[in-house]
Design a protein around this ligand. Structure first.
Ligand code: AMP
Ligand code: ZN
Length: 112
């Protein structure tokens, strides 16, 4: 999608701190970290949010989760939180599906 911040980051048109990349997904550090470790994993394909996941694109979403597990193993993260804010009321500000991965501090439940 031409006017999407995360499509541009995935395409390398806007700089980011890359954590991981393959043909299907891209991971990069969040610019405003909320934990000692806070990166985002996105599909390269433009999917607006979890609400737009269906049988036609769920394989790439599953791949993103497998990549999260792989990065966590490689970084030695044995405890972490995966969040995907969906819709404005839930706090979504960028409308390209992304999984926040947060680690390195105690976390509370429920989230605010
Ligand atoms: P959300 O508010 O759940 O949609 O998450 C969007 C996230 O993108 C926020 O945590 C922002 O800090 C992060 N973000 C926004 N712009 C950038 C950027 N240029 N590089 C890295 N992270 C960004
Ligand atoms: Zn996009």
């Amino acid at each position: 999608m031409s006017d999407c911040l995360f499509c541009k980051i995935a395409a390398g048109e806007i700089p980011s701190s890359k954590v991981y990349e393959d043909a299907l997904c891209y991971a990069f550090d969040d610019i405003d970290p909320k934990a000692p470790t806070h990166f985002l994993v996105i599909p390269k394909q433009h999917i607006p949010s979890v609400a737009a996941v269906d049988e036609s694109n769920s394989a790439v979403v599953a791949h993103c989760l497998a990549v999260i597990a792989k990065i966590a193993r490689e970084k030695g993260m044995d405890s972490f939180r995966v969040v995907s804010n969906t819709g404005e009321q839930a706090g979504q500000s960028v409308f390209h599906l992304h999984f926040h991965v947060l680690s390195g501090r105690d976390m509370t439940w429920p989230p605010g």
